[in-house]
Ligand binder design. Structure first.
Ligand code: C5P
Length: 220
């Protein structure tokens, strides 16, 4: 029997994280934050002074990538790395290494292995298009640029990071641009995805809509 998957894609600040975690929790399913994997790789590369375009060294780093998710936190070799990977610098490094097809290919197996019973909620940029093209339910979240920047600003402030809204808007724009225009697995909605603009919606409203869509996809 195949593992049921809900694939949730969208740009930074579209609400993927909070919504995906709430759905996984509600259904009692596993949760995968694929962006965290690219962030950990970007962080490790910077930490070890590996050039973000050095394919050979990046592939070596992936070889010993030991990542786990516990209680909404990302662990690298058993150590919580939430703080270091959530900065915009780590986001930028993530989006640079994420452009490399060989890196994406190498991370594909790990991502697909996260699909375990009773089900997986997977969030990212290419969950529906590449990683889980046969997902039971495909969702693409969007939101206005202003709203996305405001949400990211709040998230980073809540974590104690020193950021300004204008600088953050610029880095989000650059990251979006790179994610949308890269040749390998660009950010885009697949034809059979439900597209939801979350600009004026509360997390709970988005969660309820997706759960209804998941039921519809399952034919219940
Ligand atoms: O989702 P998050 O903002 O944490 O992702 C960080 C970066 O990782 C994105 O800007 C994107 O470049 C990359 N990413 C990706 N494919 C995914 C998830 C994230 O390329 N499935």
């Amino acid at each position: 029997m195949s593992v049921p998957v809900i694939a949730i894609d969208g740009p930074s600040g579209s609400g993927k994280g909070a919504v995906s975690q709430a759905i996984a929790c509600r259904l009692g399913w596993h949760y995968m934050d694929s962006g965290a994997v690219y962030r950990v790789l970007g962080h490790l590369a910077r930490d070890r002074q590996v050039n973000l375009e050095d394919i050979g060294q990046l592939l070596d780093l992936i070889q010993c990538l030991d990542i786990a998710f516990t209680d909404g936190e990302v662990l690298l070799k058993g150590i919580v790395v939430e703080d270091v990977i959530r900065t915009e610098q780590a986001g930028k490094a993530a989006s640079i290494v994420a452009q490399i097809p060989q890196v994406r290919e190498k991370l594909l197996v790990w991502q697909r292995d996260q699909a375990r019973m009773p089900g997986l909620v997977a969030e990212g940029r290419d969950m529906a298009s590449v990683v889980f093209p046969n997902a039971d339910c495909k969702i693409f979240l969007t939101a206005s640029v202003e709203e996305r920047a405001k949400r990211r600003f709040k998230q980073l402030k809540d974590k104690g990071f020193d950021v300004t809204l204008s600088a953050l808007s610029r880095t989000i724009d650059e990251r979006d641009e790179r994610d949308r225009n890269r040749a390998a697995s660009p950010l885009k909605a697949v034809d059979d995805a439900l597209i939801l603009d979350t600009s004026d919606l509360e997390v709970e409203e988005v969660v309820a809509t997706i759960l209804k869509e998941a039921d519809r996809c399952r034919g219940t």
